[in-house]
Ligand binder design. Structure first.
Ligand code: PEP
Length: 220
C-alpha cells in the first residue's frame, strides 16, 4: 500500500491539456519533499499524455482515472475499459457520488467496475457516501465522501469522520480517506494515524495549484 498521507486530486471534467500539463509541472516541483503519496486524477482524455509527462519530468505523482467502464473491451461507444488504461493508471476512483447520481450507477454496476479494475491490476479508490453503502469484495481503499460536504464549503466534522472511519474499518481492512470541502486549514484535523490515511480533494481546492500545494504542505 502507498505511503500516508495519501492525497488525491480529482479534477473532474475541468482544464485543457495545456492547463493540466502546467498544473502537473507546478505540483511536481513544489511537492517533491512530500513524504506521502499524491494521486492525480485528470479527465480521461489526458490520462495517456499525463502519464508521458510524469515520466518526462520525473514526477513522483501517481496517476488515477476518475472512473472506468463496467464493460470489458468491445462495442461500447464512448466507454473505456480498465484494460485500456492499465498501462497508465495505478488507481481508479469508482462510485463517486456524481457517478451514482448523474449516471444512475447501481451497487451492481460498481461491483462490476471494481472487478474489472482489480482484474486489470488497477486499485480502486472506492467512494461511499455513508456506512450503509455496500463495499465490493477486494476493495482496499475507501473514501468517505458525504454528499452534503462535496463542493459546498461545509465539511463533515472531524469527530464524525473518525466515527465513520471506525465503522468502515469494522467491515474490512481498508485504507480510509475523507473527502468533502477539505482545504489547507482543515486538512490536518481529518488525518489520524492508523484510522484516516488521507484525503480526496475535488474541484473546490485541487484545480488551483496554489490551494492544492497548501493542502499537501499542511497534510505532511
Ligand atoms: C469530491 O468531489 O470528491 C470532493 C471531495 O469535492 P470537494 O473537495 O470540492 O468538496
Amino acid at each position: 500500500m502507498s505511503k500516508s498521507p495519501f492525497v488525491v486530486a480529482n479534477h473532474k471534467a475541468n482544464k485543457t491539456w495545456e492547463e493540466v500539463r502546467s498544473w502537473l509541472v507546478e505540483i511536481s516541483n513544489e511537492t517533491s519533499a512530500f513524504p506521502g503519496t499524491i494521486v492525480f486524477c485528470p479527465s480521461a482524455p489526458f490520462l495517456a499524455s499525463t502519464y508521458s509527462e510524469i515520466k518526462k519530468i520525473n514526477s513522483s505523482l501517481q496517476l488515477s482515472a476518475q472512473d472506468i467502464s463496467k464493460f470489458e473491451q468491445g462495442a461500447y461507444t464512448g466507454e473505456f475499459a480498465a484494460t485500456q488504461i492499465k498501462d497508465f493508471c495505478t488507481y481508479s476512483i469508482i462510485g463517486h457520488s456524481e457517478r451514482r447520481a448523474n449516471f444512475n450507477e447501481s451497487e451492481n454496476t460498481l461491483s462490476q467496475k471494481v472487478k474489472n479494475a482489480k482484474t486489470a491490476g488497477i486499485e480502486p479508490i472506492f467512494c461511499v457516501q455513508s456506512v450503509e453503502n455496500e463495499i465490493p469484495t477486494d476493495v482496499k481503499i475507501v473514501a468517505y465522501e458525504p454528499v452534503f460536504a462535496i463542493g459546498t464549503g461545509n465539511p463533515d466534522t472531524p469527530a464524525n469522520v473518525k466515527d465513520i472511519a471506525k465503522k468502515l474499518k469494522e467491515k474490512g481492512e481498508f485504507m480510509i480517506l475523507y473527502g468533502g470541502s477539505v482545504d489547507a486549514q482543515n486538512v490536518k484535523s481529518f488525518l489520524e494515524p492508523t484510522l484516516i490515511d488521507g484525503v480526496l480533494i475535488g474541484a473546490s481546492n485541487s484545480l488551483d495549484p496554489k490551494k492544492f500545494i497548501a493542502i499537501v504542505q499542511n497534510a505532511a
